[in-house]
Design a binder for this molecule. Structure first.
Ligand code: NDP
Length: 308
């Protein structure tokens, strides 16, 4: 019997996960097929119920269902419980377990971005959606002391501060209004900037003007296609150390594979498949290739490279 793994989201057609996971199954000799299920919210419960069938190893869950899927599984892991979001479902017999591998995926990517430097203690996070939830929980549990959230709709940032109230009781977690002067003042005081908004998916658009970026900042943009967002281009030109979202995608994908199969993920195969997908412009955007180290980092002359 061929096993099945599915990606549940809306839309899903442009995801990189299908190619990456199918290549991993094939390389590991696992008889499994990765399917893309485009499901609206009204069909979500039925889609999740279907996963209880014996042929399913599990699923990935993506926008806009990561939060809606929480009450539909039988048990949550700690990261899924804390974030209130599930991006991976695995099976234990008939039971469905909800995980959040975006949290360890982001942490692994952050470690690479920081490289041999000391892990910073201050950060600015742009965005308050599903990705920001995982980023914030990672920073809280990583020992950050001050994290400021900027979001277009301030009340969503404030809701996240309340959500993490207890886990963040040891630190200063706050949301601030998205005004350039406030952003500039916070960026001057911080060491790490994470873009967890979807601004940057369209080439040329950026969440913050280039002139607000101080030099020597660590900048992670969760957007991975285009691989060099305008934010990363501007940050690299300002002599910041930059990384796109591909490492996080790869790391969360490798952890998903391990949860479904119980085997170590063939990470080089998955990276090669991501490179191939990027080269072929799987999502149909013009691609400006980053360096071949897999970070997709934009590097002008003299820009320090994130450790690979
Ligand atoms: P959500 O839809 O949950 O959140 C979107 C966020 O972007 C919100 O904070 C929203 O602000 C903000 N936003 C959208 N449009 C604008 C705009 N025009 N100006 C300012 N802010 C805006 O999406 P996710 O959190 O799931 O995903 C966010 C990004 O992260 C996406 O690009 C996604 O591809 C990427 N991602 C990457 C991953 C990886 O592995 N690399 C994993 C997960 C996500 P508001 O609340 O005010 O509407």
């Amino acid at each position: 019997m061929t096993n099945r793994v599915v990606l549940i989201g809306h839309p899903v057609a442009h995801s990189f996960s299908g190619a990456m996971q199918q290549a991993a199954f094939d390389a590991a000799g696992i008889d499994a097929r990765y399917e893309l299920w485009d499901r609206r919210q009204i069909d979500l419960a039925a889609a999740v119920a279907e996963l209880r069938g014996d042929e399913f190893l599990g699923a990935n869950v993506t926008v806009p269902h990561k939060e809606h899927v929480v009450p539909l599984v039988d048990r949550l892991t700690e990261d899924a419980q804390a974030t209130g979001a599930v991006n991976v479902i695995s099976r234990e017999g008939k039971k469905l377990i909800g995980h959040n591998t975006d949290v360890p995926g982001f942490k692994a990517a952050l470690d690479k971005l920081v490289g041999r430097q000391k892990m910073p203690r201050n950060a600015v996070v742009l965005g308050a959606g599903g990705a920001a939830r995982a980023v914030l929980f990672s920073l809280i549990t990583e020992g950050f002391q001050r994290v400021v959230i900027f979001n277009r709709h301030l009340h969503k940032g404030e809701a996240l501060v309340r959500h993490y109230g207890r886990s963040a009781s040891h630190m200063d977690l706050r949301a601030m209004p998205w005004h350039e002067s406030v952003l500039e003042a916070e960026l001057a005081k911080t060491k790490l900037l994470v873009n967890a908004t979807s601004v940057g998916l369209t080439p040329g658009e950026t969440p913050i003007p280039a002139e607000l970026l101080p030099p020597d900042l660590l900048v992670m943009d969760l957007v991975y296609n285009p691989p060099q967002s305008q934010l990363l281009k501007d940050a690299a030109a300002a002599r910041c150390v930059v990384m796109n979202g591909e490492q996080m995608l790869l790391q969360q994908g490798a952890l998903s594979f391990e949860l479904w199969t119980g085997k170590a993920a063939p990470i080089e195969v998955m990276q090669a498949e991501l490179d191939r997908a990027r080269e072929q412009g799987l999502v149909g955007e013009p691609i400006d290739m980053g360096p071949a180290d897999g970070t997709g980092a934009a590097e002008p002359d003299q820009t320090p490279t994130p450790a690979a």
